[in-house]
Write a protein that binds this ligand. Structure first.
Ligand code: GDP
Ligand code: MG
Length: 441
């Protein structure tokens, strides 16, 4: 897979200055192949890698990552952005009913999705109405009625049943009925064909004009592969697409269709369908799909690891400094900021070997305390930061005023610093720190 292929490129040393065109192109060659293997359409692959290349060319080389890793990170970010960034929610009408129209090829999973959506909406206290506007297939109406019964949602259908009536009229009547009966959401299931054809597109756009949908969900089988581009284009041009639903993600497709469809329609992917059962339905997660398409779970964890190693190196640098007994408040500040950057103290604690003993003690610091600590240290002069011994009473008072804290808080900080610096010194020498009130593990 891509991870194996890139592993050589990853061995290259960290670069300097800007990412070079050669670095970028080498990595993009592998990315391009991986995208094609995932069945992303060729034209989409070209547009995509072109965009990534442009963005990567201007980038400063990261301190933590090598160029190949950095390019992969850009690829991943771009992928997520195209696939929808933060997943968009269903758009509801200001004045109910909200009308959701489902469109897509036959067998893409529209009718199944209609049932899933109805169930999901009902669970959120909406009152959905299902509309059988597929009057093409012999059992389409019955199929929807069975689903409606299962989820306890009524189905609006032509009286004569399967294969009869005018789908446009049925859809229009359904909206009138929903208004009168105060349904909050109307889900219109439409007919598809095995391939794109003019008559189907015409019918779909007639239904669209009759019901003025708030959402036109393009339902697409994720196994569709290269063909996804043409199908998406046809629906985008012929009917219009406000959102995409990817079905059959439980299959073993790599999901390249997701990228193709999102690129062509410019519409966000709202949901994924992951099985035939009515609960096999969830919001779409762009980051999961990005990893699936690139098959790069390993690579992303490599990148994470690289960033972590970078932080570890910083920690090591600090530890070495401690060993030479020059740990200053400036270092303390940097350490705090590193902790803050990493989101949680526990992360760092987990990374430092042998710190378990000090953990409880250090866990007393919380985020706000880090912010306060920053304020206090910022109010110190370089001399005070580097030689805390000079911090007499009047200096402490000045610092408290400058940082908007109290002398007690300044005192506490200095005390903490001294404690931490003692712990760190012991650890740097490879010993076990002796902290009152804690037991060695
Ligand atoms: P429609 O022609 O677009 O209405 O498609 P259907 O809803 O009738 O679905 C076609 C077939 O695909 C049915 O056998 C469904 O059970 C199946 N199906 C639909 N969605 C999924 C899915 O997410 N995963 C799997 N494995 N099968 C699905
Ligand atoms: Mg159907």
């Amino acid at each position: 897979n891509l991870s194996d292929r890139l592993s050589d490129t990853f061995k290259s040393l960290r670069g300097k200055g800007k990412l070079s065109a050669a670095d970028i192109d080498e990595t993009l060659r592998d990315i391009r192949r991986a995208l094609l293997e995932a069945d992303v359409a060729l034209e989409v692959v070209k547009t995509f890698t072109g965009k990534v290349r442009e963005r990567a060319l201007g980038d400063e080389v990261s301190k933590a990552l090598n160029p190949a890793q950095q390019v992969v990170q850009i690829v991943n970010d771009e992928l997520k952005a195209i696939l929808g960034g933060e997943a968009r929610k269903l758009a509801f009408a200001k004045n109910p009913p909200t009308v959701i129209m489902l469109a897509g090829l036959q067998g893409s999973g529209k009718t199944t999705l209609a049932g899933k959506l109805a169930k999901w909406l009902k669970e959120q206290n909406h009152t959905p109405l299902l509309v059988a506007a597929d009057l093409q297939r012999p059992n389409a109406v019955t199929q929807l009625q069975v689903l409606g019964e299962k989820v306890g949602v009524p189905v609006f259908a032509p009286e004569a049943g399967n294969g009869t009536g005018d789908p446009v009229k049925v859809s229009r009547d359904a909206i009138d009925f929903a208004k009168k009966s105060q349904y909050s959401v109307v889900i219109v299931d439409t007919a598809g064909r095995l391939g794109v054809d003019q008559e189907m597109m015409q019918q779909a756009s007639d239904i669209r004009d009759a019901v003025s949908p708030d959402e036109i969900l393009f339902v697409v089988d994720s196994m569709l592969g290269q063909d996804a581009v043409n199908v998406a284009k046809a629906f985008h041009d012929g009917v219009g697409v406000s959102g995409v639903v990817l079905t059959k993600l439980d299959g073993d497709s790599r999901g390249g269709a997701a990228l193709s469809v999102a690129t062509v329609t410019g519409a966000p992917i709202l949901f994924s369908s992951t099985g035939e059962g009515l609960d096999a339905f969830e919001p779409f997660y762009p980051d999961r799909m990005a990893s699936r398409i690139l098959d790069m779970g390993d690579i992303l964890s490599l990148i994470e690891q690289a960033q972590k190693n970078f932080d570890e190196e910083e920690s090591k640098r600090l530890a070495e400094k401690l060993a030479t007994e020059q740990f200053t408040l400036q270092d303390f500040l940097e350490q705090m900021q590193q902790l803050k950057r990493m989101g949680s103290m526990k992360n760092l604690l987990g990374m430092l070997p042998g710190i378990a003993q000090a953990k409880r003690q250090l866990e007393e610091f919380d985020e706000r305390e880090i912010t306060r600590t920053e304020a206090i240290i910022y109010s110190m002069t370089p001399l005070e930061r580097n030689q805390p011994k000079v911090l007499n009473g009047s200096r402490r008072m000045r610092i408290a005023k400058g940082s908007g804290t109290s002398v007690t808080e300044v005192n506490q900080l200095i005390q903490r610093f001294e404690q931490a610096s003692k712990v760190m010194k012991t650890m740097a020498r490879g010993g076990v720190p002796n902290i009152p009130g804690t037991n060695p593990v």
